[in-house]
Design a protein around this ligand. Structure first.
Ligand code: SAH
Ligand code: SF4
Ligand code: F3S
Length: 500
């Protein structure tokens, strides 16, 4: 196994650890392919429907920010083809599922939805269903779609998004499912057209793929080896977002602290410092950073760059060295605790969040207790906790599993109880404090209530009006809760008329 992981890390094991991919086209990695995306979308104009109305699409997105951002790119491509977006499935002529493969329940949800929506085809014979994203990279899923969900018209993967316009045309003219999934990215494509969902916060890819091969995780297989974008392309994109008025920029990668390793000319600390110097930049975030290779140079760069916010998402996964080793996590409990200590020493008031898996194969009650004790020791501000889900052909899927599902659920509940108590305690300390909030817009449930975030990414809700969107306000926290803070605006420096 060690050997296989080594080969895979070096990129010499093309198909990963026994995972095979259905590939219809595999460009040579050395080939430098450049796509003229604008010409491509112009070539494949969708035109108008018989009644003169535009064709409409709806994309349902599952999974991480990477996927959310891919959805923005695909929306850009579809707009370029002449599609319009719709919120309603009933009005859509193209329903695209941008999927996540990280846990089984994410996959089950997608198949449930595809089944539920099938009748829409009887009402609209022109309706196309598409499936893309991480699930599409799995051969088992491809087979299942072809056999059990033949009404899906199009399947494409994470490496050939640029093929979307042509594939839509192929699917329109075919009675069979069009399936095109590449097992590698030919080149990092630049200048994507993007329809961004938000007007205050924006995502910027800095790196694609992952080389870490944690034994439970499917991402290295669905997203390929790590590829960094060139710093000049990233800086140009961030600068243009700043010019468009975006205020909160998140740099995206599965392993941002490996940024630049493949380029050999720069690293993540250097990139952060450069982004920090972009004139007019407001807040800079990044996700996800791995504890492994979280260098002192990186800690200094975060601490010294005033626009880089005090929030670090630092997935620990487990507090037991035995389990961390079986997870192939490259860090120990002691290393992690020491790292947290260094980070807290260098970055005052840093908000720390994490991901934790319970019920990893072979996790004993004692291992689990060590996770709980680490959580108590670190006192994370928030934790995303998951029950281990075996992913086909990943190493851990063949590890012996001893705990029952009931035991795993019980561990998850106990862990969440401990974390929620800590999150609430931290938030209660903010009662009466005045915090700097960047206003994102109306809250989901009440248009008279605005939502925004602190630099540390804490969600804050407060009464206000839409003119505050995209601005900084000072909010006094009046009602802290476990997952959010409620408050009232005490100063809105950029909107004089609402100062109370
Ligand atoms: N690149 C990020 C994580 C991406 S996946 C990182 O390394 O931090 C997001 C989270 O999903 C992981 O941190 C992990 O906690 C969880 N996860 C991944 N694979 C899983 C699996 N098979 N079962 C349960 N949770 C999983
Ligand atoms: Fe998965 Fe993250 Fe590990 Fe990569 S580093 S294998 S994405 S958990
Ligand atoms: Fe899911 Fe793929 Fe992201 S598996 S978590 S959508 S990289």
């Amino acid at each position: 196994m060690e050997n296989l992981i080594k080969l895979a890390r070096e990129g010499r094991l093309e198909r990963g650890l026994g995972l095979t991919f259905g590939t219809t086209h595999r460009p040579n990695q050395a080939e430098r392919v450049s796509y003229d995306i604008e010409a491509l979308t112009k070539k494949y104009q969708i035109g108008r429907k018989a009644d003169g109305s535009p064709y409409r699409f709806k994309i349902l997105t599952y999974g991480c920010q990477m996927n959310e951002h891919d959805t923005e790119v695909m929306a850009g491509l579809l707009y370029g083809m002449g599609y319009q977006q719709t919120e309603s499935e009933e009005d859509a002529d193209f329903i695209l599922f941008n999927t996540c493969a990280v846990r089984e329940n994410a996959e089950d949800k997608v198949f449930g939805q595809i089944g539920r929506m099938r009748p829409l085809k009887f009402r609209n014979p022109e309706l196309l269903f598409g499936l893309c994203g991480c699930m599409a990279q799995e051969q088992g899923v491809q087979k299942l779609v072809l056999e059990k969900f033949p009404w899906v018209d199009l399947v494409f993967g994470t490496h050939n998004i640029q093929r979307l316009p042509e594939l839509v045309f192929q699917a329109k003219n075919s009675t069979e499912t069009v399936l095109e999934v590449w097992d590698k990215a030919p080149e990092t494509v630049e200048d994507w057209p993007k329809i961004r969902k938000d007007s205050v916060r924006a995502w910027v890819n800095i790196q694609y793929g992952c080389n870490k091969f944690c034994t439970y995780c499917i991402v290295p297989y669905t997203r390929g080896v790590e590829r960094s974008r060139l710093p000049e392309d990233i800086l140009a994109e961030v600068a243009s977002l700043v010019a468009e008025g975006y205020r909160d920029i998140t740099l995206l990668g599965q392993n941002v602290n490996d940024y630049g390793v493949d380029l050999g000319t720069t690293n993540f600390a250097g990139l952060l410092r450069k982004v920090n110097e972009i004139p007019g930049i407001d807040r800079i975030r990044f996700t996800t950073s791995n504890p492994w290779n979280f260098t002192d140079e990186l800690i200094d760069a975060i601490a010294q760059s005033e626009h880089v916010v005090e929030h670090i998402h630092l997935p620990v996964q487990s507090g037991s060295n035995r389990i961390l080793k079986r997870m192939n996590r490259s860090h120990t409990r002691e290393y992690y605790l020491n790292l947290v200590h260094k980070i807290r020493g260098a970055i005052p008031n840093v908000v720390l969040t994490t991901d934790i898996i319970v019920g990893f194969p072979g996790e004993t009650e004692d291992d689990f207790e060590q996770t709980v004790s680490l959580v108590r020791e670190v006192e994370f501000d928030n934790a995303f906790t998951f029950i281990y889900s075996p992913r086909e052909n990943t190493p851990a899927a063949s590890f012996e599993d001893t705990a029952t599902l009931a035991e795993k659920k019980d561990r998850l509940r106990r862990l969440n109880d401990v974390q929620n108590e800590i999150s609430l305690r931290h938030n209660l300390q903010l009662r009466g404090e005045i915090v700097d909030v960047l206003v994102e817009g109306e809250s989901r449930t009440n248009k008279d209530v605005l939502s925004g975030r602190t630099r540390g990414n804490r969600l804050v809700l407060f009464p206000g009006d839409a003119s505050m969107q995209g601005r900084h306000v000072e909010v006094e926290i009046t009602e802290p809760q476990t997952f959010l803070l409620k408050g009232r605006v005490v100063r809105a420096p950029e909107v004089q008329e609402v100062i109370s």
